[in-house]
Design a protein. Structure first.
Length: 237
């Protein structure tokens, strides 16, 4: 039988992913039903724990960002999942939110918060509204502040996004903001440049991140006039 080692490895990887076997040094061994059940249960618990930690992490950053918002603000919020949690920490502040973030629709919103959605095209696999319709809506409105969650932020590369359509919306949000531009990003996004440019880092007034930020990076942002707010792990959401 003419079978390459690449094919064998690929098939073993597939069987391992199906929990039919367990990879061991030099080969594989068959898993008994009770072992696969235990493996499934352990994997599910690990995924649940990771997801819970991720949400808590995002909420800490979102709450820190919400402290910058005051009554009567008109706030642009982009499609970042972290940014969507900001609305839950506004308490009774009377503010207006304009957003292309469909995640906000499932968040707990105060009766004092007016929510306006941009409308637009729903991208497959994305929780955002984009396209010409969303852009035209943003062109007709101005905000006192905006909250922009990003997948990349660096001194040289500025703010960046992995999705072209969303980067264009983010550009418009920054342009239509007359006051504070708030960038939010977990520390692993700092120093990273993604595919599509949003704006120069000089457009940012405040960066909200977590306590994983390196002190050198924090000082570098502060030296160019950006206030850095660090959401600590001790800050409970």
């Amino acid at each position: 039988m003419d079978v390459t080692t690449v094919t064998i490895r690929r098939d073993l990887d597939f069987l391992a992913s199906e929990q039919k076997i367990a990879r061991i040094f030099g080969g594989a061994k068959k898993l008994m039903p009770e072992q696969t059940s235990a493996a499934s249960s352990h994997e599910a618990k690990t995924v649940d724990a990771d997801l819970a930690n991720s949400i808590l992490h995002k909420r800490r950053i979102a709450r820190a960002a919400s402290d910058l918002l005051i009554p009567d603000d008109v706030i642009l919020i982009n499609s970042s999942s972290t940014a969507s949690y900001v609305v839950e920490y506004l308490n009774d502040k009377a503010v207006t939110i304009i957003s292309n973030n469909t995640n906000i629709l499932s968040r707990k919103i105060s009766p004092n918060t007016i929510l306006l959605m941009t409308g637009g095209q729903v991208l497959p696999g994305r929780d955002s509204l984009s396209g010409t319709y969303a852009i035209e809506t943003l062109k007709k409105n101005y905000s006192t502040k905006c909250v922009i969650g990003v997948c990349g932020i660096s001194i040289k590369g500025g703010l960046t996004s992995p999705v072209l359509e969303e980067s264009i919306i983010n550009q418009m949000m920054v342009a239509q903001t007359t006051g504070m531009v708030i960038a939010i990003a977990s520390s692993d996004k700092i120093g990273r440049d993604d595919s599509f440019y949003i704006c120069d880092v000089s457009k940012v007034d405040v960066l909200v991140t977590d306590d994983g930020i390196h002190e050198a990076d924090k000082k570098e942002f502060e030296q160019i006039g950006i206030k850095v707010i660090v959401a600590r792990n001790t800050d409970m959401a």
